[in-house]
Ligand binder design. Structure first.
Ligand SMILES: Nc1ccn([C@@H]2O[C@H](COP(=O)(O)O)[C@@H](O)[C@H]2O)c(=O)n1
Length: 607
């Protein structure tokens, strides 16, 4: 049974009616959830994928549930929690913006999508870096928080915005700094919402490093009294050298050695889990509404011996089969009025935005990372070698040129079948413009190589930790690459996938998806999968094919504005005598933004 979205593109996958008649069959979970005294459902990095994944190329059908069906699931889970006499809390760790037609069509569409998101009541939400690239996005969060959109539960413990109050500019928290509340079972919770030490935010926004936050008087005051548990939700990784939770966790532990601490992270897009000690657990629930994270825990009883708590986690594939299995419902009993309202509001918004009208039909799948850069079916190769050279046109500049951009501007695969504005914004949501200067062709090529050698500076969660595996995209890519390499190695050694089959040959995985190795006990994935192929040969920057011109000929060098600081740094590394600055650049193909080049190409080449 596919989710609602799968049907929309059921004809697309093979372009014939057979695909319509045989929609993808999703595996059914086999292990009930390990409920505890307190339970959590966690989302993060949804990036506007509220209509779910709508294509039939695997592993997309795994994630075909939309936010409406997730809301129905959450409501049934809340009802189950009440029946069991336990708590169920919903948390979200940020990055609602940038990533689908709903949120990336315009600032107004992002507001509309967030209003639909807010129809499902969350217990705690945190802000992500994608809410801070543009001042207006953060201002929207601030203004809607003032109007009560998240009912005081959107927490921005270390993020401020400068706004005008009574004719004066003042820096104030974007939303609430913390929340103290009681659960339905009467447990006292102290909660914070934290962002990593993000540097690439817009003007008039401030992010305080978590290390500094942990020393703030108001923070120490807020944690002074022991609640029944602490709840830390934040847009940052859960573990490893990159973890920025330690200052906050350590400050809490210094005062409260045995109070349970539940941490929900994000930003890295991976499924991950770690226990900092035997009364804490940190979970990262993936990205793009692909995964719903579940965490459960026992809580200390009246006679607390200070011993280990029973803490568990599960990563649920976000689809209706998963939701109905875990709530004991079926198609007739599953959908709740709130869930239905959300699904139809999302469909209506998509219709108003006109994001489902196809530009053309893609002849075959292109993948973001299944193939190396340079492979004809890589999305990065497609944009660098075909799309930008063909559709980036400046009427006044017709001579030879080299185009350089950051690969991070591309966020997803391009699937065979109809290609619409939603698909376009999914693969390329950002509004980066193009600028050009004049340089010898050989220098531009060397600068491009240097940019990839140095890596993308804006991927770093903290500039102080440049030498550690701190790049969010890298963490996600390494995670996928490890899954694939392990699978390939096992296959070469003649082993089959029994190791992944939860010990039973009849439960052998047969669908592509995530195969998670994390640092918590037992198996985290709800459904065993075969990992998605992944090539480690990826790049941070892409370049169009060099022009047919002598190496020393001076050509137009066109740079995407988001990559500009890395470009200039690389120029000065390659040629320390260079005086090149941003002032030496002029707009190129003015009015053309990177989020519109795929559609232009699709209309011409894939019609
Ligand atoms: N205007 C922008 C903003 C961001 N990017 C890319 O996104 C990366 C951050 O995304 P996460 O989901 O990892 O937070 C950033 O490093 C850029 O690669 C962009 O291209 N243009």
């Amino acid at each position: 049974a596919p989710g609602p979205g799968a049907a929309r593109h059921a004809l697309d996958a093979d372009g014939d009616a057979a695909a319509w008649r045989s929609p993808p069959v999703l595996p059914v979970p086999t292990r009930p959830l390990p409920w505890g005294d307190v339970n959590f459902l966690a989302t993060s990095d949804t990036h506007g994928w509220l209509r779910g994944h709508q294509h039939n190329t695997w592993p997309e059908p795994n994630y075909s549930g939309d936010f409406g069906t997730f809301a129905s699931f959450a409501e049934h889970m809340r009802a189950q929690a009440d029946e069991r006499g336990v708590d169920l809390l919903l948390v979200d760790a940020g990055d609602h913006h940038d990533g689908s037609g709903l949120v990336s069509t315009s600032p107004a569409s992002a507001v509309a999508a967030d209003n639909i998101f807010a129809q499902l009541t969350y217990d705690v939400l945190a802000i992500g870096n994608h809410e801070l690239y543009k001042y207006e996005s953060a201002l929207d969060v601030y203004e809607h928080n003032q109007k009560g959109r998240w009912a005081g539960r959107y927490l921005t413990s270390n993020v401020n915005i400068t706004v005008e109050e009574r004719g004066r500019a003042v820096s104030v928290p974007v939303a609430e700094r913390f929340a103290k509340f009681e659960t339905r079972q009467g447990r006292r919770v102290t909660a914070f919402g934290v962002l990593f030490d993000f540097k690439a935010h817009d003007r008039n926004l401030t992010v305080q490093a978590p290390t500094k936050l942990a020393r703030e008087a108001w923070f120490l005051d807020a944690i002074a009294e022991a609640p029944d548990f602490f709840l830390l939700v934040g847009h940052m990784p859960g573990r490893g050298l990159t973890s920025e939770w330690s200052p906050l966790f350590d400050a809490i532990r210094a005062l409260h050695p045995t109070v349970p601490v539940f941490v929900f992270g994000g930003h890295t897009h991976v499924r991950d889990c770690v226990q900092y000690d035997d009364r804490s657990i940190a979970l990262v629930p993936g990205r793009y509404l692909e995964t719903i994270g579940f965490v459960s825990s026992s809580l200390p009883g009246a006679e607390d011996d200070g011993g280990a708590l029973d803490m568990n986690r599960r990563y649920l594939d976000a689809n209706d089969v998963t939701y109905q299995y875990h709530t004991g419902t079926d198609e007739d009993t599953f959908h709740t009025p709130v869930g239905r309202n959300i699904s139809s509001a999302l469909a209506q918004l998509a219709q108003e935005l006109q994001i489902d009208i196809p530009f053309g039909t893609v002849p075959h799948d292109y993948f973001l990372a299944r193939h190396p850069y340079g492979h004809p079916r890589s999305v990065l190769t497609l944009i660098a070698e075909k799309i930008l050279p063909e559709v980036l046109e400046d009427q006044k500049r017709r001579g030879p040129r080299i185009i350089i951009g950051n690969a991070g501007t591309l966020r997803f695969d391009v699937f065979k079948g109809p290609f619409d504005r939603n698909d376009e914004l999914t693969v390329s949501p950002f509004t980066s413009a193009f600028l050009y200067t004049r340089l010898p062709a050989f220098l531009a090529t060397e600068v491009f190589a240097e940019m990839n050698r140095a890596g993308a500076s804006k991927l770093l969660p903290t500039t102080a930790r440049e030498d550690v595996e701190a790049r969010a995209t890298r963490i996600y890519n390494d995670w996928l690459a490890d899954q694939w390499d392990e699978h390939v190695a096992a296959t070469l050694l003649g082993a089959d996938d029994d190791a992944l089959a939860f010990g039973s040959p009849d439960k052998k995985p047969h669908t592509l998806g995530y195969v998670t190795r994390d640092a918590c006990k037992g198996r985290g994935d709800d459904i065993p999968h075969i990992p998605v192929p992944f090539s480690r040969d990826q790049v941070d920057f892409i370049m169009s094919p060099p022009p047919d011109a002598p190496d020393d000929e001076v050509v137009d060098v066109v740079v995407m504005d988001f990559a500009m600081d890395d470009f200039l740094t690389a120029v000065h590394t390659v040629d320390p005598t260079s005086k090149l600055t941003l002032d030496d650049f002029e707009p190129y193909a003015e009015g053309t933004l990177v989020n519109a080049v795929f559609g232009k190409y699709a209309s011409r080449e894939w019609e």
